[in-house]
Ligand binder design. Sequence first.
Ligand code: PHE
Length: 335
Amino acid sequence: MEQQIEQILQQALNELQSASQAAQLQAFSVQYLGRKGFVTQYLRNISQLPAEQRPLAGKRANEIKNILEEALQKALQEIETRQAAEDVGIDVSLPGRAAFHGSMHPITQITRQICEIFSSMGFAVAEGPEVELDHYNFESLNIPKNHPARDMQDTFYVSEAIVLRTHTSPIQVRYMEKHTPPVKIIAPGKVYRCDSDITHTPMFHQVEGLVVGEAISFGDLKGILTVFVHQMFDDQTSLRFRPSFFPFTEPSAEVDILCVMCRGKGCRVCKQTGWLEVLGSGMVHPAVFENVGYDTSRYSGFAFGMGVERIAMLKFGIDDIRKYYENDIRFLKQF
Ligand code: PHE
């Protein structure tokens, strides 16, 4: 008899599961819990059991009755809810719409990667305003009034004395004004130039670097940048320092890396030269130190600045910078 009631329970639960109409539940209720239902009948038959078996059997039968009553209530409720949804035109049997997962923009990813590499070498992260005084963007960086970089075509002027910063170098000056050496910072951020083609957008990102202390040499600059390039790309990616000119560094060097596409053989990306220009650098010009009140006989330092989009294009093999800012989800989804 005990077995019988457990079987009834199983069968009842199975039936409930497949019931999808209120009428089926009605029949279920009569068949199992009604006056002549299985469970009621079973309870009645308990009186015929030997006296010592009755208490246990009775207890179990009542438990089962409760289980079934509860399950029935739940099933009824589900059907009611579904009916209500259908009444207002919602088909609850349709598969759900998957939540859309966003991801970090590729430029943010590369900026963070650059910052992580320098942080691991002990650099702190500094920031500065995007709307900048002419003084910080140019004057304090030893960029004279007639320098081509100040040409109206390159710079977005807010007013005569205020510009959208054209590089992250003003952060060097702002930082040095507030801190005494040793200085070891990087400064990531947006910069603006009135320029737009396949390799230029009016807004792009740079990461600036500045190290100042006693006896800091060009050798330190080479060492730090070599470690950076090896970590960013791989240690087969060699570097080349090419003499260059920036008003705020002396001597200055442009840094090329071995073409990551052709490994130096010459291809379309490196314009058959085997090398790719990735950043500007140099020893901080004494005039910049004087502008922030640093003792030029005691301190020396180096600075560098790189374009994040450029590095990201090489890293991801992308040939049109504008793709980063068209907000085409099919493009952005790939990173
Ligand atoms: N600010 C320079 C540029 O935007 C890059 C640079 C930074 C060069 C620091 C030297 C030192 O081109």
